[in-house]
Design a protein. Structure first.
Length: 619
């Protein structure tokens, strides 16, 4: 059970307030959360004794990064948990949800690809995804190489011939199979030529294959080949033989590293100041089946490796029985207990001192060091290139090197569903947490000039009034997508607030730059300034268009379902949540729609034949 502790705000100076809260904090296990003056989470940590841990931030010499975080902190909250394992789970969930800037910067789960099997489907699909939150789906990953993952998926299609398509009407005998069926890369469940039981056996083989049990797969395929041969189905036997050959080739590529057939992850690590890299050797059934390397920015955590492992295994599709580490981690027993709760089986945490496992850890460390150095060089090159771009931009505008650049764009169709976007680059890099979008209210009809002025005016109004970090910082440069009219709109908005900020408008056709009191500037195609401005423009355009499409889709979706008798607000939302969009609903069978609670046969037929849905599907 979780118990949240709430505090009455007491009038102190900032540091005294934090010290006071630390002093009266509970002496129990739980999670503590540092926040800034705007209520934004800076850092999430867990502790066996919350009071003791939080007090340590004010009673010892802090390193630079921790001192920086404490100087920004305006409040600290606490959540008590029943035990340390529960605290670890809560800490990890809060970090994943909020991505605090002073925690270890492991990418959000969506950034890494996974291999997924949609087990909830009648005929499961094998696919690549970045969404790991759907029920009834088995995930394998995360992977750091999309190319390698696609190669794995291609191998699975060749060996097991399972479906990878999105659109499927299971068992429809009049279905039209795609090319994969004709080249024997899919069993064709859309045609009704394979029953659910047989397909399910094939999916079980895929799972065995991915979990390092290829011998079971080959034994099963060999038995099927023999049966087909005995029944004189020689073409079928030949096809199965080809699948066996493909499986054996895959096995030959996997290096045997353990004689006892263990499932284990070998972890290597390399650290350099605020950066570190991790190398993971995935060994399944005694064979090295994959390697993954991660390059991560350190947070405030005292044990970098422990923090990384918590986040990695909370996202991992498979946790082996053995995790082999280069060094002991803090609270190793708690971490092992947490892994046990995840897998419902005992997972050993081992730090080898000698032998084959020790040599494998050293090899992983060597790979991690190489990956770290490679990425450091890449960062240095990118930082130098970015600095040169900003220097050229400052020379063009006659201003100091800009730290904060904001770019604005408008998206609409004939004035409907009109929106604006603001993207922010800090020191030449996208700051996505600072992006903002605007729904345009005042301007009616197709008037890009007025829309641009409205959006920039609303942004500038917030420059002084807003407490949000994305609005309170003054931009050094404003960029707008468009030509002279958009430049004039931005300058007019600035004039209304008596502000002087350099503005650049970029016209699409000739990529001309319009700057106040200057003739249009045409830069060479390889210009570094042009590249930076285009990057900002394209990002603002992408952000605006995605919001416009979302609003337009929502408006059309609601109007298309509104005309159907028996479809109220609840069922509308249920249908859209279940199937994602009307285009997807349009492709479903009556039988599939009837599986949704409250949708009868008559209503299902109305949904499919509804003219408005049809017109949306054709757009």
């Amino acid at each position: 059970m979780l118990i949240t502790i709430a505090f009455i705000d007491i009038i102190f100076d900032m540091e005294s307030k934090l010290r006071f809260k630390a002093k009266i904090a509970p002496e129990k296990a739980g999670v503590y959360i540092f926040k800034n003056g705007r209520g934004e989470i800076l850092y999430v940590g867990k502790a066996k004794n919350i009071s003791k841990r939080v007090s340590s931030y004010f009673s010892r010499l802090l390193d630079r990064k921790t001192a920086e975080m404490v100087s920004k902190a305006a409040d600290v909250d606490f959540i008590i948990t029943d035990n340390e394992v529960e605290a670890l789970i809560l800490e990890n969930n809060l970090i994943k949800k909020n991505q605090p800037p002073y925690n270890i910067m492991f990418k959000d789960g969506k950034s890494y690809p996974y291999l997924a099997i949609t087990l909830a489907d009648k005929f499961p699909r094998v696919m690549i995804t970045r969404d790991t939150h759907k029920k009834g789906v088995k995930y394998y990953g995360p992977y750091t190489s999309v190319r390698a993952l696609r190669a794995t998926l291609d191998t699975i299609r060749r060996i097991f011939t399972v479906r990878t398509c999105k659109t499927l009407k299971p068992g429809k005998k009049t279905g039209y199979p795609c090319l994969n069926y004709h080249i024997e890369r899919c069993l064709g469940p859309c045609t009704g030529k394979v029953d659910e039981g047989l397909y399910g056996q094939v999916i079980k083989q895929v799972i065995d294959f991915l979990e390092g049990k290829p011998q079971k797969v080959i034994a099963s395929l060999t038995a099927q080949m023999q049966t087909a041969s005995n029944d004189m189905e020689f073409e079928k036997a030949a096809r199965i033989r080809n699948r066996i050959i493909a499986a054996k080739k895959m096995m030959d590529k996997q290096k045997m590293v353990s004689d006892n057939g263990e499932d284990q992850d070998i972890i290597g690590i390399a650290i350099d100041e605020d950066l570190f890299s991790v190398e993971i050797f995935n060994i399944r059934g005694g064979k090295l089946i994959d390697t993954n390397d991660f390059f991560v920015k350190k947070g405030l955590e005292e044990d970098t490796l422990a923090s990384f492992l918590k986040q990695y295994y909370s996202r991992a599709g498979f946790i082996p029985k053995n995790v082999i580490l280069p060094q002991a981690i803090s609270e190793q027993d708690i971490f092992a207990n947490w892994l046990r709760e995840q897998t419902k089986m005992a997972t050993k945490i081992v730090v080898p001192q000698r032998g084959k496992k020790k040599r494998l850890v050293e090899l992983a460390n060597t790979n991690a060091s190489h990956f770290l150095e490679m990425n450091k060089k890449k960062l240095n090159v990118e930082a130098q290139r970015t600095l040169e771009m900003l220097k050229e931009l400052s020379d063009l505008l006659g201003i100091p090197i800009p730290q904060r650049i904001e770019c604005f764009d408008i998206s609409n169709i004939g004035g409907t569903d009109a929106v604006g976007s603001m993207v922010v680059f800090l020191e030449g890099w996208p700051a996505k947490d600072q992006y903002r979008r605007f729904k345009i209210y005042k301007t009616q009809g197709p008037n890009d000039f007025a829309m641009m002025k409205e959006v920039i005016s609303r942004r500038l109004k917030n420059l002084v009034e807003s407490q949000k970090s994305s609005f309170k910082e003054k931009p050094d440069v404003i960029i707008v997508d468009g030509g002279k009219p958009q430049l004039s709109a931005a300058l007019s908005a600035l004039s209304d607030y008596t502000l002087s900020i350099p503005v650049i408008a970029i016209a699409k056709k000739q990529e001309e730059l319009y700057i106040q009191d200057k003739n249009p500037v045409v830069l060479e195609s390889g210009s570094r300034i042009l590249h930076l401005i285009q990057q900002l423009r394209d990002e603002a355009h992408r952000f605006a268009v995605s919001y416009h499409r979302k609003l337009r889709s929502k408006r059309l979706s609601v109007s298309a379902l509104d005309g159907i008798i028996g479809i109220g607000e609840k069922r509308k939302q249920l249908l859209l949540k279940e199937f994602g969009s009307l285009a997807n609903i349009r492709k479903l069978s009556v039988g599939r729609l009837q599986q949704v609670p409250g949708i009868g046969k008559k209503t299902a037929k109305q949904i499919i034949s509804n003219n408005e849905v049809s017109s949306l599907d054709n757009e």
